[in-house]
Ligand binder design. Structure first.
Ligand SMILES: C[S@@+](CC[C@H](N)C(=O)[O-])C[C@H]1O[C@@H](n2cnc3c(N)ncnc32)[C@H](O)[C@@H]1O
Length: 208
């Protein structure tokens, strides 16, 4: 036994890919509608709030951390227009959407837990993910990105601008009853600045 070091499983090594079969039946049962996708949804509270306020929209959340999924997702099992799934977004986008298109992709505070350079490969937003998102986005679809880390924001902005067009703040349509994610609520409480931007395919006259 001696000095044996106990290693914890790294949740970001999760090889679980979400597929169409994980949500399509619920989507059909809910009566179809626009689809919104939250990548790295955490406990799923943001989507649960949105799902309550927008029964006409179908929400899918995905998070890589099994413990979070097992602890928090079951409490929203009965919300008919919401599916929260455990899996790795990097292994699931674009295949998890099949032929369906997404009206809004939410990426809120997608930071890995540890910001050390050696963990950079865990960063969810990379060139491949951006390409995948582009291919599942509806013609007038929107990708909304938020983070409190300036450097990460600029990095993600460069990646998204290589494939998508920015949408001006003036044309972003606010939801009637804005609900914020757990991390955004925390930033507001601590008066921490949040960097955010929205992107689209550029087929719309609203786009810069
Ligand atoms: C800082 S938390 C933010 C959670 C939530 N979006 C919010 O704003 O409150 C980042 C979340 O992204 C998740 N995440 C990171 N990489 C992921 C990946 N490749 N696939 C799915 N989820 C991921 C983490 O497990 C974590 O729950």
């Amino acid at each position: 036994m001696g000095n044996r070091i106990r290693r914890h499983a790294d949740p970001f090594q999760c090889r679980v890919a979400v597929g169409v079969a994980d949500w399509l039946e619920r989507y059909c049962a809910a009566g179809h509608g626009d689809i919104w996708l939250d990548l790295g949804c955490g406990k799923g509270e943001l989507l649960a709030g949105l799902a309550e306020n927008h029964p006409e929209i179908f929400f899918i959340g995905i998070d890589v951390r099994r413990k979070i999924a097992e602890t928090f997702f079951p409490r929203y099992r009965y919300v008919s227009n919401l599916v929260l799934l455990h899996g790795n977004a990097n292994l699931s986008i674009p295949s998890m959407m099949g032929q369906k298109k997404v009206c809004r992709v939410l990426i809120n505070f997608p930071d890995p837990c540890d910001h050390k350079p050696r963990y950079k490969k865990r960063q969810m937003v990379n060139e491949r993910l951006v390409e995948g998102i582009r291919s599942i986005l509806a013609p007038d679809g929107v990708v909304s990105v938020k983070t409190d880390r300036r450097e990460l924001f600029h990095e993600m902005n460069t990646l998204f601008l290589s494939s998508l067009k920015p949408i001006t703040a003036a044309t972003a349509v606010p939801l009637s009853n804005p609900v914020v994610s757990e991390w955004e609520a925390e930033c507001r409480k601590k008066s921490v600045s949040v960097f955010s931007r929205e992107y689209g395919l550029g087929y719309d006259s609203q786009i810069e």
